[in-house]
Write a protein that binds this ligand. Structure first.
Ligand code: MOS
Length: 764
C-alpha cells in the first residue's frame, strides 16, 4: 500500500459533476445500530466467496515449496509429475514466460517468481495444474527437486552478528537507517527533570484471515479475468497487468464475498500469477487455493520489532524529548517493517529523533498488518509513558492529557480537522471508573488485579479518490455500484445506509455490486482504515446526484422548481407542505427513462489540514502469580473516529480490534524452529489466536464524535486500525499495575510471566 502525504496526489481540478455537499446535520439512518445487509448470506452459506467459484473445465493448481530455510535449487525434475494422472501442465522457472522478477526493493527486484535461491522454508519452486486438487497435490509431491542446503538464520539477534549467514548478498540489514527528527534531542534531554528508557520486543504475528488465499483465473484470448480474495480489485489489476505485461484494460479482477485481509491481501500473490500462467498454458481456467499452512508460510505476517525508546519530561509531565530506534524484522524480502509515527505525532514534543531500519531473516516476508507498525510502536511508547507517569508520581491519564497536540507535528504541521484524544482519555476513564479502579487493592492472594491504559492514533488520512454510481429504478429501488471490497467489516451495510439517508430508499431495496474492475468504478484498497471515509462521500455524492435528477423530473410534473421540493418516504413533496405529495413511482419522467444514473466522486482532502483518528483504551487484568496466567477482565475503548456511521458495525470493529490486540499482547507469535529454520506452528491449533474464552465478558465501546465537518462530507474518520493499536500496551500496563513487573516483550505468556515474577524486584 502506498501512503500519501497530505497535500500530495490531489486531483488538479475539482472533479466534475459532483458539487461538494454540506455536512450532514442530524441523520435518520446513518448512525443507527443496524445489522449487516448481507448478514444472512454470510451466515447461511449462500454467499459466494472466491473459493466457491467453479468454472466449467476448471483445473486446480498446486505449488511445490522449498522445505529448507535456505537453499539453492540445483535441479528440478518434472518428468514423473508430468505423467501423473490428471496432470495438464507443470510450471518451473525455466518455462517460457515464467522468468518473472519478484519482491521489489529500492534497488529493484530481489527475487523471481521461482528463484533458484530459496530464502525461507515454504518458498515457491514449481507448480502443477491437474484435473482435481488432489491430483495436483500428488503431482506436486512427484516433482523431484535437488537442493544445495545453505546455512540459515531465523533469529533476529543472530542475524545482526557480522558472521551471520547472509539472507542476501549485501547482508542482513536493508540499506541505511532512516532518520526522522525535529528540534534537538540532546538539548531536550538536558532540559528534562526525569528521563526514562526501555527496550521492547514484539513478536511476528500471522494474519489468520478466516478465508485463506485463493484465486481463479481464466483467459479469453488476451483478456484475463481473475476472481480473487483481495482487499482491492484495482490494486490487484494493476499488479497483474504490470507483472504479465498486459494493458490494464485486458485484466478484469472480481472480488465476491471476502473473508478477511488485515493487510495481507493488498499485494498480488505468486499463487495468482502461477494460476494465470498455468491457465494460459492449458487454455483452461485454473484455481489456486492455498491451504492454511501455505497461507501462514508464504502470504505475509506482522514483522517483529526491536525497539529502544527514551523519553524526557519536566516535573509537571511536559515532554521535552523523545528518542527511539526501531528495527523491523521483515523476513526474506524487502517490506516496511516499522512505523515510528506515534513517537513523532501522538504527543506534543519539540525534540524528537527516531531511527528506523529493517532486518532480513530466512523466513516468509512481512506484509502490511492492521495498522502496519503502529501496535508495535504503541507497545513501546505507551509502556514508556506508563513508566514516566509512575516515576513522576502522576496519573497515567493526566500525563497524556498534559501532552496533547492539535497539529500533526510532521508534514508541515497541519492542524487536525478534529482532535478527540483528550475526550477519549477523559470519557474512557470515566466509563472505566479509572480513579476508583486504580485505587483498589490489588489483592494479597495468588491472584492479583490491576488496571492500565494506553492511548493511540492512526496515521493515514486515506487516498482521496473514489467514483461511485447509484442507479434509481422506476419502482423506487436502487443499485449501488462501488469498487471497494467489503473485507468483512460491514462496508456494504454502511454504504447502503448512506444511500438510504440521501434517498429514503429502504435498505432492503438497495442491491450492491461486488467489487469488479469490469463493472464497478475505481476505489482504493479496503485498508488503511480508509474504506468508509474515502468511499462514503462518493456514495453520498452519487445518491445526491440521483436525487437532483429526480427532483428536476418532479418539478416539471408538479409545476414548480426543483428547489421547492423535498424527497421523503418515497414521495416528492413541496417543502412548504402545500399540495399533494407525489409518490416517486408515479413520476412519468422516471417511467419513461427507466433508470436515473447518479455519479459521485470523492473530493480532495481539505487543504492544509489532516483528518486522523484517536483512541484511548483501558484494561483490567488478573494475574495468577502461581501459574503466570493472565486474564483480561474488562476492556473499555474510547474512540474518536469521527461520525459513527453504524453503531453496531462500529462496535464490531472495536471489539474485533481489541480481540486482535489481546492476541498481540498475550498469545500470538510465529515460532521458527532454531534447529531446522521451519515454522513450528503453521496451523490454527498451535498458532494461538484468542478464542471466546480469552475475550472479557465486559467490553465497552465509547464512541467520541467530535462532529468533524472538515475531514470529508460524512464526518467519518478511520476505525478499523485504531481499534487494535493501544490494546496490548493497556494490558501490559495493567499487568505492571497488578504485579510491579514490567513485561517489555510481547506476547506475555504464562512462562515469561512466571520467569519475570521469580526475579527479585529492586527498589520499586
Ligand atoms: Mo490494513 S494493514 O491497511 O488492511
Amino acid at each position: 500500500m502506498r501512503y500519501y502525504v497530505d497535500g500530495e496526489d490531489r486531483p488538479a481540478t475539482e472533479p466534475q459533476g459532483t458539487p461538494q455537499l454540506p455536512p450532514w446535520g442530524e441523520t435518520r439512518v446513518v448512525g443507527k445500530p443496524l445489522s449487516r445487509v448481507d448478514g444472512y448470506e454470510r451466515v447461511s452459506g449462500t454467499a459466494m466467496y472466491t473459493l466457491d467459484v467453479a468454472l466449467p473445465d476448471m483445473l486446480h493448481a498446486a505449488i511445490v515449496r522449498c522445505p529448507h530455510a535456505h537453499a539453492r535449487v540445483t535441479k528440478v525434475d518434472t518428468s514423473r509429475a508430468e505423467k501423473m494422472p490428471g496432470v495438464r501442465a507443470v510450471l518451473t522457472g525455466t518455462t517460457p514466460g515464467a522468468d518473472l522478477p519478484w519482491y521489489f526493493g529500492e534497488q529493484g527486484p530481489t527475487s523471481k517468481l521461482f528463484d533458484p535461491h530459496c530464502r525461507y522454508a515454504g518458498e515457491e519452486v514449481a507448480a502443477v495444474a491437474a484435473e482435481t486438487p488432489h491430483q495436483a497435490r500428488d503431482a506436486a509431491q512427484a516433482v523431484v527437486v535437488e537442493y544445495e542446503v545453505l546455512p540459515f538464520v531465523v533469529d533476529p539477534d543472530a542475524a545482526l552478528k557480522p558472521d551471520a549467514p547472509k539472507v542476501h548478498e549485501g547482508g542482513n540489514r536493508l540499506g541505511d537507517p532512516r532518520v526522522t527528527q525535529r528540534g534537538d534531542v540532546q538539548a531536550g534531554f538536558a532540559q528534562a527533570d526525569m528521563v526514562v528508557e526501555g527496550s521492547y520486543r514484539t513478536p511476528c504475528e500471522l494474519h489468520t484471515t478466516m478465508e485463506t488465499f485463493v484465486s481463479v483465473t481464466r483467459w479469453e484470448g488476451d483478456r484475463l479475468t481473475v476472481w480473487e480474495s483481495t482487499q482491492g480489485v484495482y490494486a490487484t489489476r494493476e499488479g497483474l497487468a504490470r507483472t504479465l505485461g498486459l494493458p490494464l484494460s485486458s485484466v478484469r479482477v472480481i472480488c465476491p464475498y471476502m473473508g478477511g485481509g488485515f493487510g495481507s491481501k493488498f499485494e498480488v500473490g505468486k499463487y495468482t500469477v502461477i494460476a494465470a500462467l498455468l491457465a494460459r498454458m492449458t487454455a483452461r481456467p485454473v484455481k489456486a487455493a492455498l491451504s492454511r499452512e501455505e497461507s501462514f508460510l508464504s502470504e505475509g505476517n506482522r514483522p517483529a520489532n526491536l525497539i529502544t525508546l527514551r523519553a524526557g519530561a519536566k516535573k509537571d509531565g511536559t515532554l521535552t524529548a523523545l528518542q527511539g530506534s526501531f528495527t523491523g524484522v521483515v523476513g526474506a524480502y524487502p517490506s516496511g517493517g516499522t512505523a515510528a509515527f506515534q513517537v513523532l505525532a501522538l504527543y506534543r514534543c519539540p525534540n524528537v529523533r527516531v531511527e528506523e531500519s529493517d532486518l532480513y531473516l530466512n523466513a516468509g516476508k512481512a506484509r502490511a498488518f492492521r495498522a502496519p507498525g503502529f501496535p508495535q510502536c504503541n507497545w513501546a511508547l505507551e509502556q514508556l509513558m506508563d513508566d514516566l507517569a509512575q516515576k513522576l508520581g502522576m496519573d497515567p491519564v493526566d500525563l497524556r492529557l498534559k501532552n496533547l497536540t492539535t497539529v500533526l507535528q510532521m508534514w508541515g504541521n497541519p492542524p487536525f480537522t478534529s482532535t478527540g484524544l483528550g475526550e477519549c482519555l477523559t470519557r474512557g476513564a470515566e466509563a472505566f471508573g479509572w480513579q476508583a479502579a486504580r485505587a483498589r487493592p490489588r489483592g494479597a492472594g495468588p491472584v492479583v488485579r490491576g488496571v492500565g491504559m494506553a492511548a493511540g492514533m492512526w496515521g493515514y488520512p486515506g487516498e482521496p479518490r473514489s467514483t461511485v454510481i447509484v442507479k434509481l429504478y422506476p419502482d423506487f429501488s436502487v443499485n449501488l455500484n462501488m469498487g471497494a471490497s467489503d473485507i468483512g467489516t460491514g462496508t456494504k451495510t454502511v454504504m447502503a445506509m448512506v444511500v438510504a439517508e440521501e434517498l429514503g430508499v429502504p435498505l432492503a431495496r438497495i442491491q450492491i455490486e461486488h467489487a469488479d474492475t469490469g463493472t464497478t468504478q475505481y476505489a482504493p484498497v479496503s485498508g488503511g482504515s480508509q474504506t468508509v471515509l474515502v468511499n462514503a462521500p462518493a456514495v453520498r455524492a452519487a445518491a445526491a446526484d440521483v436525487k437532483g435528477q429526480l427532483l428536476e423530473i418532479a418539478a416539471g410534473e408538479m409545476n414548480c422548481s426543483a428547489g421547492d421540493l423535498v424527497l421523503a418516504d418515497g414521495k416528492v413533496a413541496r417543502a412548504d407542505s402545500t399540495g399533494e405529495p407525489k409518490p416517486v413511482t408515479d413520476l412519468r419522467g422516471l417511467q419513461e427513462r427507466q433508470v436515473l444514473v447518479g455519479v459521485g466522486r470523492r473530493h480532495p482532502h481539505p487543504q492544509g489540514k489532516v483528518g486522523l483518528p484517536f483512541a484511548a483504551q483501558f484494561a483490567e487484568v488478573e494475574v495468577n502469580r502461581r501459574t503466570g496466567e493472565i486474564r483480561v477482565i474488562r476492556l473499555v475503548a474510547a474512540h474518536d473516529s469521527g461520525r459513527v456511521m453504524n453503531l453496531k458495525t462500529y462496535e464490531n470493529q472495536v471489539f474485533g480490534g481489541m480481540t486482535m490486540g489481546i492476541g498481540f499482547g498475550l498469545t500470538e507469535q510465529r515460532l521458527l524452529d532454531p534447529q531446522t529454520g521451519k515454522m513450528a506452528n503453521a496451523n490454527w491449533h498451535d498458532y494461538k489466536i484468542p478464542t471466546a474464552k480469552d475475550v472479557p465478558l465486559e467490553q465497552t465501546c465509547v464512541p467520541v464524535d467530535p462532529h468533524d465537518t472538515e475531514c470529508n462530507t460524512t464526518g467519518a474518520k478511520g476505525l478499523g486500525e485504531p481499534a487494535t493499536i493501544p490494546t496490548a500496551a493497556a494490558i501490559a500496563n495493567a499487568v505492571y499495575h497488578a504485579t510491579g513487573v514490567r513485561v517489555t516483550e510481547a506476547p506475555i505468556t504464562p512462562m515469561s510471566m512466571l520467569e519475570l515474577l521469580a526475579v527479585p524486584k529492586g527498589g520499586e
